[in-house]
Design a protein around this ligand. Structure first.
Ligand code: ADP
Ligand code: ZN
Length: 649
């Protein structure tokens, strides 16, 4: 596609202006929802927000990924006179976003640095002529005076600030260009502004409000729960094998994202998966822009690609059918974890968020924080973020409860769809183990003036006569061999949990372990230490043999039942019947061909959920087809007959 403004191919009837743009009040929003988007009803919160913005109000919208934020500004932009200006940092995705809108018959365009002069001119003149419903804008465009002048000359229906958390320095994804956005309020005080984000702790929330000058805005905070995502956090043993077992047992042929911390591990894991017959691609900032764009496009356009990536990948990716997000390294914050895992299952179908973490992650991240450039406040902030993430990993309570509490949302009942709910970990009194380990640290420090990392300490406790032990005469220490009641993985678990509880600390670039102010309480027996039992053999079994069963039946239905009991949110759809399956596959093949021909992602044509519904209750007429969710007027006119033909085959 050369220009976002080239009209739809000839087989699509052009929509007259009045078809999309309706102007007689709030009920218009419902009509646009039905006619343009093909949806029957609003989701929780959408209607209130849309009514408020249509009426000219400012809004701050906090809604989880997949909650349906886009409609909250797209519909008001269609209902109000003028163009909705959407500020988004996601330049690489603007083309897809605009294509998706144009596939609905909405007049959309974008302005960013990737465009040729001519393309930009075309968008600008369409805007000035009042022929755009939505204009996507990269924030750095606002540095250019010409952009501001342009906006001054047109009619603006509203400003939408997407990924609004990028304005917050407290958050995890700060973009300096977002600070320019404060000028919008000053320059166009009468244009309603809606800021939207999927990640906001109370601190970030407050910062967004003040930096965007939205003190007078109404706040809409949706339920942050993503009931269809199953959260699982396991301890890292052989990460590659653990990952492969997960993919083979539960996610064969599924699209997913695997996050790693470093570029080199991205490369290694991608190669490993490919060698094992999985369609995986690497993505990190070290690849040249063309390769990155190509890999991203393949991930979006093809079915079943696994993207192995650093966190540079994924923001704003609105691929609805990402079935799993796996982390092979510990995210630096709960906000980051929530946002990254949130990329799974936007379509509401069951999805997995799986994280493997180990002692080394903790040591590594602590070292990075110590070595980081910022001032003390900055380092404290990073450290606080990490502590919260670790607390989530080591909790014996429901993961979802912990996650939501971090975003200030309380829930009382456990979710039934996370690992701690499904296979409750037991706690054990680890006081004696803690005393043994801490006293080993203490003795080395006092008696020998030496400090060591976890590996050597564990060797000492297990009574292993390694070269290092012999050479340093550590087999004469009183603690040598006193810890044989636990194995090495358990001892590493003890170290990790002491670190998380602040009873032990990591120091310096070698990651040596030292006592903290509170260690003495444990050593003196004034404090008991509860620990999470490593669900070792059980976890291994779950990830191989019982894995499939769990994902197909037990686990999901347990989760569904529990979430039904406690909340009213939409729940995953049922499996397709045996007759429907081949129909669904045929529709997917048809969709793939159409998408390829147009050079757009498959979901731009129709979502999986829509094709599933068509396959489950095949319509005989266009009128019947139009009642299916996701089939709006434009798509009905354009693809309706082709769908009926495909069904008739
Ligand atoms: P977000 O931006 O909050 O992550 P999106 O706006 O991309 O979420 O919406 C997520 C998915 O839900 C999209 O596929 C969208 O088309 C769909 N959706 C949004 N609102 C509705 C609705 N009222 N009815 C049915 N589907 C909806
Ligand atoms: Zn739970």
């Amino acid at each position: 596609m050369t220009s976002p403004l080239v009209d739809s191919p000839a087989d699509a009837p052009p929509l007259a202006d009045s078809d999309v743009r309706l102007t007689d009040g709030a009920s218009d929003a419902a009509r646009v929802l039905r006619r343009v988007f093909g949806y029957e009803s609003f989701r929780d919160g959408q209607q209130e927000i849309i009514d408020h913005v249509v009426g000219g109000g400012d809004a701050l919208v906090l809604m989880p990924t997949g909650g349906g934020k886009s409609l909250c500004y797209q519909i008001p932009a269609l209902v109000r006179p003028g163009t909705g200006v959407v500020v988004s940092p996601l330049i690489a995705l603007m083309q897809d976003q605009v294509d998706a809108l144009r596939a609905l018959g909405v007049r959309a365009g974008f302005l960013n640095s990737t465009q040729e002069f001519d393309e930009r001119r075309e968008v600008e003149s369409a805007f000035l002529a009042g022929e755009l419903d939505l204009l996507y804008l990269a924030p750095e465009r606002l540095r250019v005076d010409a952009t501001v002048t342009l906006l001054d000359q047109g009619t603006i229906a509203l400003f939408a600030i997407d990924e609004a958390h990028c304005v917050a320095q407290w958050g995890h994804d700060f973009r300096p260009d977002y600070l320019l956005l404060s000028e919008l309020r000053e320059r166009w005080p009468d244009v309603p502004t809606v800021a939207l984000t999927a990640t906001a702790t109370p601190a970030t929330h407050t910062e967004i409000t003040s930096r965007l000058g939205l003190e007078g805005a109404r706040h809409f905070v949706a339920d942050f729960d993503r009931p269809n995502i199953q959260y699982r956090i396991v301890s890292k043993k052989e990460p590659k094998a653990q990952l492969l077992a997960l993919l083979r047992a539960e996610h064969t042929g599924d699209a997913g994202i695997v996050y790693c911390l470093s570029r080199s591990s991205v490369e290694k894991i991608a190669e490993f998966l490919v060698a094992n017959g999985i369609a995986a691609l690497p993505y990190h900032a070290g690849l040249d822009a063309r390769t990155r764009a190509e890999h991203q496009a393949r991930f979006l356009r093809e079915d079943g690609i696994v993207m192995v990536a650093t966190i540079a990948f994924g923001m704003g990716i609105d691929k609805p059918d990402v079935r799993f997000v796996a982390h092979l390294d510990l995210p630096k914050s709960v906000e980051g974890y929530y946002q990254e895992t949130g990329r799974a299952g936007r379509d509401g179908l069951p999805s997995t968020a799986w994280l493997a973490y180990g002692l080394q992650d903790v040591v590594q991240l602590r070292k990075l924080i110590d070595a980081s450039a910022g001032d003390l406040t900055h380092r404290r902030r990073l450290s606080a973020h990490l502590d919260a993430m670790l607390a989530l990993c080591e909790t014996v309570e429901c993961r979802r409860t912990g996650l939501l509490a971090y975003f200030g949302q309380q829930r009382t009942a456990p979710c039934g769809n996370c690992d701690t709910c499904l296979t409750p970990p037991r706690t054990w009194d680890g006081t004696i183990a803690a005393q043994k380990l801490l006293s080993a640290v203490l003795r080395l420090q006092r008696e020998r003036r030496q400090k060591f990392g976890a590996g050597h300490l564990v060797d000492i406790l297990l009574g292993r006569k390694t070269a290092k032990v012999i050479q340093r005469d550590h087999d004469t220490l009183k603690v040598f061999g006193v810890g044989t009641e636990l194995g090495e993985p358990e001892w590493r678990g003890v170290v990790r949990q002491l670190l998380v509880q602040g009873l032990l600390a990591v120091e310096g670039e070698h990651g040596t372990l030292v006592l903290t102010d509170t260690s003495a309480d444990v050593l003196r027996g004034q404090r008991t230490v509860l620990m999470r039992r490593e669900p070792e053999p059980a976890a291994r079994a779950a990830s191989t043999s019982t894995g499939t069963a769990a994902s197909a039946g037990t686990a999901t239905s347990a989760g569904t039942a529990a979430s039904k009991g406690t909340r009213s949110r939409r729940v995953a759809v049922a499996e397709l019947s045996e007759e429907a399956m081949p129909v669904f596959e045929r529709l997917r093949a048809w969709r793939a061909a159409v998408a390829k021909e147009q050079g757009v992602p498959a979901y731009v044509i129709f979502h999986d959920a829509t094709l599933r519904e068509i396959a489950s209750r095949p319509p005989a007429t266009l009128a019947e087809l139009s009642t299916i969710s996701g089939v709006g007027e434009h798509k009905l006119a354009r693809y309706g007959q082709q769908i009926l033909d495909t069904l008739a085959e």
